[in-house]
Ligand binder design. Structure first.
Ligand code: HMG
Ligand code: MG
Length: 297
Protein backbone atom coordinates (compact mmCIF):
# COMPACT_ATOMS: atom_id res chain seq x y z
CA UNK A 1 0.00 0.00 0.00
CA UNK A 2 1.31 3.50 -0.79
CA UNK A 3 1.52 6.45 1.60
CA UNK A 4 -1.55 8.72 1.91
CA UNK A 5 -1.48 12.14 0.21
CA UNK A 6 -3.04 13.80 3.22
CA UNK A 7 -3.08 13.10 6.93
CA UNK A 8 -5.38 14.47 9.59
CA UNK A 9 -3.63 15.30 12.85
CA UNK A 10 -5.72 15.00 16.01
CA UNK A 11 -4.15 17.21 18.66
CA UNK A 12 -4.69 15.61 22.07
CA UNK A 13 -2.25 17.73 24.10
CA UNK A 14 -4.78 19.74 26.12
CA UNK A 15 -6.42 16.49 27.26
CA UNK A 16 -3.99 13.56 27.11
CA UNK A 17 -1.07 15.91 27.66
CA UNK A 18 -2.31 17.91 30.60
CA UNK A 19 -4.25 15.15 32.37
CA UNK A 20 -1.04 13.66 33.69
CA UNK A 21 0.70 16.78 34.96
CA UNK A 22 1.45 16.61 38.68
CA UNK A 23 1.22 20.35 39.34
CA UNK A 24 -2.05 22.30 39.24
CA UNK A 25 -2.69 23.97 35.87
CA UNK A 26 -4.71 27.16 35.77
CA UNK A 27 -7.72 27.60 33.54
CA UNK A 28 -5.86 30.51 31.94
CA UNK A 29 -2.93 28.27 30.97
CA UNK A 30 -5.25 25.69 29.42
CA UNK A 31 -7.15 28.40 27.61
CA UNK A 32 -3.98 29.93 26.17
CA UNK A 33 -2.87 26.51 24.96
CA UNK A 34 -6.15 25.75 23.18
CA UNK A 35 -6.30 29.27 21.71
CA UNK A 36 -2.68 28.99 20.54
CA UNK A 37 -3.43 25.63 18.92
CA UNK A 38 -6.44 27.16 17.20
CA UNK A 39 -4.04 29.47 15.34
CA UNK A 40 -1.87 26.67 13.92
CA UNK A 41 -4.10 25.28 11.18
CA UNK A 42 -5.01 22.14 13.16
CA UNK A 43 -8.62 21.16 12.53
CA UNK A 44 -9.08 18.86 15.52
CA UNK A 45 -8.27 19.65 19.16
CA UNK A 46 -9.18 17.37 22.04
CA UNK A 47 -9.75 19.96 24.71
CA UNK A 48 -10.58 18.08 27.90
CA UNK A 49 -12.52 15.35 29.69
CA UNK A 50 -15.76 15.17 31.58
CA UNK A 51 -14.58 12.53 34.04
CA UNK A 52 -14.56 12.29 37.81
CA UNK A 53 -12.32 15.03 39.27
CA UNK A 54 -11.43 12.55 42.03
CA UNK A 55 -9.95 10.26 39.39
CA UNK A 56 -8.32 12.86 37.15
CA UNK A 57 -8.09 16.22 38.96
CA UNK A 58 -6.35 18.00 36.07
CA UNK A 59 -9.43 17.72 33.89
CA UNK A 60 -11.70 19.50 36.40
CA UNK A 61 -12.82 22.78 34.88
CA UNK A 62 -13.30 21.39 31.36
CA UNK A 63 -16.77 22.95 31.25
CA UNK A 64 -15.43 26.44 31.95
CA UNK A 65 -12.63 25.90 29.49
CA UNK A 66 -15.01 24.96 26.68
CA UNK A 67 -17.16 28.00 27.30
CA UNK A 68 -14.17 30.37 27.11
CA UNK A 69 -12.28 29.09 24.06
CA UNK A 70 -12.07 31.41 21.04
CA UNK A 71 -13.62 28.78 18.80
CA UNK A 72 -12.98 28.90 15.10
CA UNK A 73 -15.31 27.48 12.43
CA UNK A 74 -13.94 24.35 10.82
CA UNK A 75 -12.16 23.14 13.96
CA UNK A 76 -13.53 20.25 16.01
CA UNK A 77 -13.12 20.79 19.76
CA UNK A 78 -13.79 17.44 21.40
CA UNK A 79 -13.99 15.97 24.91
CA UNK A 80 -13.88 12.56 26.57
CA UNK A 81 -17.11 11.36 28.19
CA UNK A 82 -17.06 7.97 29.98
CA UNK A 83 -20.73 7.91 30.98
CA UNK A 84 -24.01 9.84 30.96
CA UNK A 85 -22.84 12.24 33.66
CA UNK A 86 -19.93 13.17 31.41
CA UNK A 87 -22.26 13.42 28.44
CA UNK A 88 -24.57 15.86 30.24
CA UNK A 89 -21.62 18.11 31.02
CA UNK A 90 -20.42 17.94 27.42
CA UNK A 91 -23.87 18.92 26.23
CA UNK A 92 -23.90 21.91 28.56
CA UNK A 93 -20.47 22.90 27.25
CA UNK A 94 -21.75 22.83 23.66
CA UNK A 95 -19.36 20.06 22.61
CA UNK A 96 -20.07 18.77 19.10
CA UNK A 97 -17.90 15.66 19.18
CA UNK A 98 -17.39 13.47 22.23
CA UNK A 99 -15.13 10.48 22.71
CA UNK A 100 -15.86 7.27 24.58
CA UNK A 101 -12.93 5.19 25.71
CA UNK A 102 -12.64 1.45 26.18
CA UNK A 103 -9.66 -0.87 26.56
CA UNK A 104 -8.50 -4.11 25.00
CA UNK A 105 -7.31 -5.27 28.42
CA UNK A 106 -9.60 -6.16 31.33
CA UNK A 107 -7.19 -5.00 34.03
CA UNK A 108 -6.64 -1.62 32.39
CA UNK A 109 -10.39 -1.16 31.96
CA UNK A 110 -10.88 -1.75 35.70
CA UNK A 111 -8.09 0.63 36.71
CA UNK A 112 -9.02 3.33 34.24
CA UNK A 113 -12.81 3.42 34.38
CA UNK A 114 -13.65 1.04 37.20
CA UNK A 115 -15.55 -1.55 35.17
CA UNK A 116 -15.04 -4.48 32.80
CA UNK A 117 -14.77 -4.06 29.03
CA UNK A 118 -18.30 -5.43 28.56
CA UNK A 119 -19.69 -3.11 31.24
CA UNK A 120 -17.97 -0.13 29.64
CA UNK A 121 -19.51 -0.89 26.25
CA UNK A 122 -22.91 -1.23 27.89
CA UNK A 123 -22.36 2.12 29.63
CA UNK A 124 -21.61 3.75 26.27
CA UNK A 125 -24.95 2.69 24.75
CA UNK A 126 -27.05 5.47 26.31
CA UNK A 127 -24.22 7.92 25.60
CA UNK A 128 -24.28 6.96 21.91
CA UNK A 129 -28.07 7.29 21.81
CA UNK A 130 -28.03 10.68 23.50
CA UNK A 131 -25.26 11.91 21.19
CA UNK A 132 -27.28 10.89 18.15
CA UNK A 133 -30.37 12.56 19.52
CA UNK A 134 -28.44 15.83 19.95
CA UNK A 135 -26.64 15.65 16.61
CA UNK A 136 -23.24 15.04 18.18
CA UNK A 137 -20.66 12.73 16.66
CA UNK A 138 -18.65 10.21 18.65
CA UNK A 139 -15.07 9.03 18.44
CA UNK A 140 -14.03 5.79 20.11
CA UNK A 141 -10.74 4.83 21.75
CA UNK A 142 -9.31 1.42 22.45
CA UNK A 143 -6.42 1.47 24.93
CA UNK A 144 -3.56 -0.99 25.40
CA UNK A 145 -3.66 -2.16 21.78
CA UNK A 146 -0.01 -3.28 21.78
CA UNK A 147 0.42 -4.18 25.42
CA UNK A 148 -0.99 -3.57 28.89
CA UNK A 149 0.88 -2.44 32.01
CA UNK A 150 -0.98 -5.10 34.04
CA UNK A 151 -1.89 -7.93 31.62
CA UNK A 152 1.19 -7.83 29.35
CA UNK A 153 0.69 -8.79 25.73
CA UNK A 154 -2.65 -8.22 24.04
CA UNK A 155 -3.79 -10.02 20.90
CA UNK A 156 -4.70 -7.99 17.82
CA UNK A 157 -7.88 -10.04 17.60
CA UNK A 158 -8.96 -8.87 21.06
CA UNK A 159 -8.34 -5.26 20.00
CA UNK A 160 -10.37 -5.88 16.88
CA UNK A 161 -13.39 -7.15 18.83
CA UNK A 162 -13.51 -4.00 20.94
CA UNK A 163 -12.86 -1.69 17.97
CA UNK A 164 -15.60 -3.41 15.99
CA UNK A 165 -18.08 -3.05 18.87
CA UNK A 166 -17.35 0.68 19.12
CA UNK A 167 -17.67 1.11 15.38
CA UNK A 168 -20.91 -0.86 15.17
CA UNK A 169 -22.27 1.15 18.08
CA UNK A 170 -21.88 4.29 15.95
CA UNK A 171 -18.39 5.70 16.59
CA UNK A 172 -17.43 7.50 13.40
CA UNK A 173 -13.75 6.74 14.00
CA UNK A 174 -11.86 4.42 16.33
CA UNK A 175 -8.45 5.45 17.64
CA UNK A 176 -6.09 2.63 18.56
CA UNK A 177 -4.04 3.59 21.61
CA UNK A 178 -0.62 2.23 22.44
CA UNK A 179 -1.13 3.58 25.94
CA UNK A 180 2.27 2.59 27.32
CA UNK A 181 4.24 3.01 24.11
CA UNK A 182 5.60 -0.55 23.97
CA UNK A 183 4.72 -1.25 20.34
CA UNK A 184 7.17 -1.69 17.48
CA UNK A 185 6.51 -1.38 13.73
CA UNK A 186 5.99 -5.09 12.99
CA UNK A 187 3.21 -5.64 15.56
CA UNK A 188 1.79 -2.20 14.67
CA UNK A 189 1.36 -3.31 11.03
CA UNK A 190 -0.13 -6.63 12.10
CA UNK A 191 -2.55 -4.74 14.34
CA UNK A 192 -3.86 -2.60 11.48
CA UNK A 193 -4.04 -5.60 9.18
CA UNK A 194 -6.17 -7.48 11.76
CA UNK A 195 -8.40 -4.64 12.94
CA UNK A 196 -9.10 -3.42 9.39
CA UNK A 197 -10.94 -6.69 8.72
CA UNK A 198 -13.59 -5.42 11.17
CA UNK A 199 -13.31 -1.62 10.87
CA UNK A 200 -12.45 0.11 7.56
CA UNK A 201 -8.96 1.65 7.54
CA UNK A 202 -10.43 5.07 6.73
CA UNK A 203 -12.24 4.92 10.06
CA UNK A 204 -9.16 4.02 12.10
CA UNK A 205 -6.71 6.39 13.80
CA UNK A 206 -3.49 5.63 15.64
CA UNK A 207 -2.50 7.00 19.04
CA UNK A 208 1.06 6.23 20.04
CA UNK A 209 2.67 7.15 23.32
CA UNK A 210 6.42 7.41 22.94
CA UNK A 211 7.74 5.69 26.07
CA UNK A 212 10.17 3.46 24.17
CA UNK A 213 10.93 5.95 21.37
CA UNK A 214 9.06 3.85 18.79
CA UNK A 215 6.17 6.15 18.00
CA UNK A 216 7.40 7.72 14.73
CA UNK A 217 8.52 4.36 13.37
CA UNK A 218 5.14 2.92 14.32
CA UNK A 219 3.31 5.78 12.65
CA UNK A 220 5.29 5.32 9.45
CA UNK A 221 4.49 1.60 9.53
CA UNK A 222 0.78 2.29 9.95
CA UNK A 223 0.78 4.94 7.19
CA UNK A 224 2.01 2.16 4.93
CA UNK A 225 -1.00 0.15 6.12
CA UNK A 226 -3.40 2.85 4.90
CA UNK A 227 -3.87 4.85 8.12
CA UNK A 228 -4.39 8.59 7.59
CA UNK A 229 -5.42 9.93 11.01
CA UNK A 230 -2.75 10.42 13.68
CA UNK A 231 -3.21 11.48 17.29
CA UNK A 232 -0.36 13.43 18.82
CA UNK A 233 0.37 15.90 21.56
CA UNK A 234 2.08 19.28 21.23
CA UNK A 235 5.54 19.21 22.86
CA UNK A 236 4.98 15.51 23.59
CA UNK A 237 3.03 16.48 26.70
CA UNK A 238 1.49 13.85 28.87
CA UNK A 239 1.24 10.25 29.88
CA UNK A 240 -1.55 8.21 31.39
CA UNK A 241 -2.57 8.42 35.06
CA UNK A 242 -3.39 4.69 35.05
CA UNK A 243 -0.26 3.46 33.30
CA UNK A 244 2.77 4.09 35.50
CA UNK A 245 5.87 5.14 33.58
CA UNK A 246 3.99 5.80 30.33
CA UNK A 247 5.39 8.90 28.65
CA UNK A 248 3.50 11.44 26.59
CA UNK A 249 2.08 10.99 23.16
CA UNK A 250 4.37 11.37 20.22
CA UNK A 251 5.04 15.10 19.79
CA UNK A 252 2.88 16.75 17.13
CA UNK A 253 5.89 18.79 15.95
CA UNK A 254 7.85 15.59 15.28
CA UNK A 255 4.95 14.00 13.42
CA UNK A 256 4.58 17.12 11.25
CA UNK A 257 8.28 17.23 10.48
CA UNK A 258 8.15 13.62 9.32
CA UNK A 259 4.97 14.15 7.29
CA UNK A 260 6.44 17.28 5.68
CA UNK A 261 9.51 15.26 4.75
CA UNK A 262 7.32 12.60 3.19
CA UNK A 263 5.44 15.25 1.19
CA UNK A 264 2.19 14.42 3.00
CA UNK A 265 -0.18 17.36 3.38
CA UNK A 266 -1.63 18.47 6.74
CA UNK A 267 -2.16 22.26 6.49
CA UNK A 268 -0.63 22.70 9.96
CA UNK A 269 1.90 25.50 10.43
CA UNK A 270 4.92 23.88 12.11
CA UNK A 271 6.62 27.09 13.36
CA UNK A 272 3.38 28.27 14.98
CA UNK A 273 2.88 24.89 16.60
CA UNK A 274 6.42 25.01 17.95
CA UNK A 275 5.63 28.41 19.49
CA UNK A 276 2.52 26.97 21.16
CA UNK A 277 4.58 24.07 22.53
CA UNK A 278 7.34 26.34 23.82
CA UNK A 279 4.81 28.53 25.57
CA UNK A 280 3.02 25.74 27.44
CA UNK A 281 6.35 24.15 28.40
CA UNK A 282 7.46 27.46 29.88
CA UNK A 283 4.21 27.74 31.84
CA UNK A 284 4.58 24.17 33.13
CA UNK A 285 8.32 24.56 33.74
CA UNK A 286 8.95 21.35 31.86
CA UNK A 287 11.36 20.39 29.10
CA UNK A 288 9.93 20.36 25.58
CA UNK A 289 9.40 16.71 24.61
CA UNK A 290 9.60 17.44 20.88
CA UNK A 291 12.97 16.67 19.29
CA UNK A 292 12.10 18.97 16.38
CA UNK A 293 11.26 21.87 18.71
CA UNK A 294 14.57 21.34 20.52
CA UNK A 295 16.46 21.33 17.23
CA UNK A 296 14.77 24.45 15.89
CA UNK A 297 14.62 26.63 19.02
P1 HMG B 1 -16.84 5.33 39.47
O1 HMG B 1 -16.25 5.71 40.77
O2 HMG B 1 -17.04 3.89 39.17
O3 HMG B 1 -18.20 6.12 39.17
O4 HMG B 1 -15.93 5.96 38.34
P2 HMG B 1 -19.59 6.18 39.88
O5 HMG B 1 -20.63 6.25 38.80
O6 HMG B 1 -19.70 5.10 40.93
O7 HMG B 1 -19.53 7.61 40.63
C1 HMG B 1 -18.63 7.87 41.68
C2 HMG B 1 -18.48 9.37 41.84
O8 HMG B 1 -17.93 9.95 40.65
C3 HMG B 1 -19.79 10.11 42.08
O9 HMG B 1 -19.51 11.26 42.85
C4 HMG B 1 -20.18 10.56 40.69
O10 HMG B 1 -21.04 11.68 40.68
C5 HMG B 1 -18.83 10.94 40.11
P3 HMG B 1 -19.75 11.29 44.45
O11 HMG B 1 -21.22 10.97 44.61
O12 HMG B 1 -18.85 10.23 45.02
O13 HMG B 1 -19.36 12.70 44.81
N1 HMG B 1 -18.80 10.84 38.65
C6 HMG B 1 -18.45 11.86 37.84
N2 HMG B 1 -18.03 13.11 38.10
C7 HMG B 1 -17.75 13.89 37.03
N3 HMG B 1 -17.86 13.47 35.75
C8 HMG B 1 -18.27 12.22 35.45
C9 HMG B 1 -18.58 11.37 36.53
N4 HMG B 1 -19.00 10.08 36.60
C10 HMG B 1 -19.15 9.78 37.90
N5 HMG B 1 -18.37 11.84 34.20
C11 HMG B 1 -15.54 6.90 36.17
C12 HMG B 1 -16.19 5.77 36.97
C13 HMG B 1 -15.54 6.49 34.71
C14 HMG B 1 -16.34 8.17 36.35
C15 HMG B 1 -14.11 7.10 36.71
O14 HMG B 1 -13.45 5.88 36.70
C16 HMG B 1 -13.32 8.10 35.93
O15 HMG B 1 -13.66 9.29 35.89
N6 HMG B 1 -12.23 7.68 35.31
C17 HMG B 1 -11.39 8.60 34.56
C18 HMG B 1 -10.59 7.85 33.57
C19 HMG B 1 -9.76 8.78 32.74
O16 HMG B 1 -10.09 9.93 32.49
N7 HMG B 1 -8.62 8.24 32.30
C20 HMG B 1 -7.73 8.95 31.42
C21 HMG B 1 -8.30 9.08 30.05
S1 HMG B 1 -8.19 7.57 29.09
C22 HMG B 1 -6.64 7.63 28.40
O17 HMG B 1 -5.84 8.45 28.76
C23 HMG B 1 -6.31 6.68 27.28
C24 HMG B 1 -6.37 7.34 25.91
O18 HMG B 1 -5.49 8.45 25.84
C25 HMG B 1 -5.97 6.33 24.81
C26 HMG B 1 -4.65 5.62 25.11
O19 HMG B 1 -3.62 6.29 25.32
O20 HMG B 1 -4.70 4.40 25.11
C27 HMG B 1 -7.79 7.82 25.58
MG1 MG C 1 -3.40 8.39 25.43
Amino acid sequence: MSLPERVRVVEVGPRDGLQNEKQPISLQAKLELVNDLTETGLDYIEVGSFVSPKWVPQMAGSLDLFLKINKRAGITYSALTPNMKGFEAALEAGVKEIAVFAAASESFSQRNINCSIAESLKRFEPVMDAAKQHGMTVRGYVSCVLGCPYDGSISSQQVSYVARDLFEMGCREVSLGDTIGVGTPGPARTLIDTVSRDVPRQQLAVHFHDTYGQALANIYATLLEGISVIDSSVAGLGGCPYAAGASGNVATEDVLYMLNGLGIQTDVDLPRLIEAGQRICKVLGRENGSRVAKALC
